[in-house]
Design a protein around this ligand. Structure first.
Ligand SMILES: Cc1cc2nc3c(=O)[nH]c(=O)nc-3n(C[C@H](O)[C@H](O)[C@H](O)COP(=O)(O)OP(=O)(O)OC[C@H]3O[C@@H](n4cnc5c(N)ncnc54)[C@H](O)[C@@H]3O)c2cc1C
Length: 323
């Protein structure tokens, strides 16, 4: 057993640390199967204090620490480069800590998945607006903030998941624990404001891939989920890249708050259906680009009106409704 292991095992409980070959190999890969390197140790902290102690030891020993949330990064960010390092598995920190229903802010441990968080919020008729990445059933909130994730739904209306960030608790590489936004003020009981307390330090950690520190707590704005929604897909005319961009612009010019919309270019539809990725489109006679929208509303009449306006935009641009 290495000296490093002996120091680290004093910080976490026995079943939260391993240098077992099989465990280390399991953590040498993520959703991306390429082998970049095998870590020396895998450790699963349960709070910021443990993370801080681990980083202090790693600093003393001059050894790399790789934060890992859901391990859904396709570009190797959450696994070691070379046979060395400590993988810090944050999935043990996956609790909702507080839901402030007056200010509509939820505070969670950074390892919670977007799926688990939104499951919890729907009990209160709430959601996170942008639902994080498309991998959100397993990807973590901390990973999403570290990647500026968009794509799991809601980004047309709410922006990237970092747009609704209120405050962070971060353990810096030195082991120091800091808080951002209103939480940097020691008299503030609960997070309520990201901006207006001096520079926006939270933004330093958005999209940092975990390089600037380990996120341990995240506070996000949450929103009431509108009770009505509709969804439609259209077959686009030939060579529709520019037309799709025009349609996106028209949504904005008409002031329609589309919840989500995505364009799939001709090539993607053709290759995707050939490979069985889009089975619903197999019967399409013409494998052209497709585009969908999702729209929400507070009343049925409001929804009908929005759908009417959106359909008009698509039809005027020679798209055909698929359903
Ligand atoms: C099927 C699929 C669909 C996807 N769809 C999308 C999409 O729609 N939009 C999109 O943007 N991406 C998408 N992705 C990519 C990826 O899933 C997301 O970027 C996701 O946010 C990563 O979260 P994670 O918890 O899995 O992070 P990980 O892969 O574990 O880590 C990602 C990076 O963040 C760092 N990190 C993780 N947690 C922390 C933390 N607590 N503190 C500090 N650093 C941390 C890691 O070191 C790493 O550099 C998709 C991936 C898959 C496999």
């Amino acid at each position: 057993m290495s000296e490093l292991y002996q120091k680290l095992e004093k910080i976490v409980s026995k079943n939260c640390i391993s240098d077992n070959l099989y465990i280390r190999h399991a953590y040498s890969r993520t959703v991306d199967p390429v082998l970049q390197g095998v870590p020396d140790i895998v450790i699963r902290p349960t709070d910021a204090r443990e993370v801080s102690e681990i980083l202090k030891v790693a600093n003393d020993e001059n050894i790399a620490v790789i934060s890992r949330g859901g391990g859904d990064c396709e570009f190797g960010g959450s696994k070691p480069i070379g046979d060395s390092g400590i993988v810090l598995d944050l999935k043990g920190m996956n609790n909702v800590l507080n839901l402030d229903q007056e200010n509509l802010i939820v505070t969670v441990e950074a390892g919670i998945s977007w799926g688990k968080l939104n499951d919890y919020l729907c009990n209160f008729g709430l959601y996170t607006g942008c639902l994080g990445p498309g991998s959100g059933l397993t990807a973590s909130v901390g990973g999403g903030i570290s990647h500026q994730s968009v794509g799991g739904g809601g980004c047309a209306k709410y922006g990237s998941c970092t747009n609704q960030l209120v405050s962070l608790e971060v353990v810096l590489p030195t082991g120091e624990i800091i808080e951002t936004g209103s939480q940097a003020n020691k008299y503030s009981k609960l997070p309520f404001n990201r901006f207006g307390n001096g520079p926006d330090f939270a933004s330093l950690f958005c999209g940092d891939n975990g390089i600037f520190g380990v996120k341990t707590q995240v506070s996000l704005q949450v929103f009431p989920k509108p009770p009505f929604a509709n969804y439609k897909t259209f077959l686009m005319p030939r060579k529709s890249e520019e037309i799709s961009a025009k349609i996106f612009t028209e949504f904005r010019l008409k002031g329609i708050d589309v919840y989500d919309s995505m364009y799939f270019m001709d090539l993607l539809v053709r290759v995707g259906t050939e490979k069985g990725i889009f089975p619903l489109w197999e019967n399409l006679k013409r494998k052209r680009g497709t585009m969908f929208y999702t729209v929400e509303a507070n009343t049925e009449i409001e929804l009908e009106e929005k759908v009417k306006q959106l359909d008009k935009i698509f039809l005027q641009n020679k798209a055909e409704e698929l359903g």
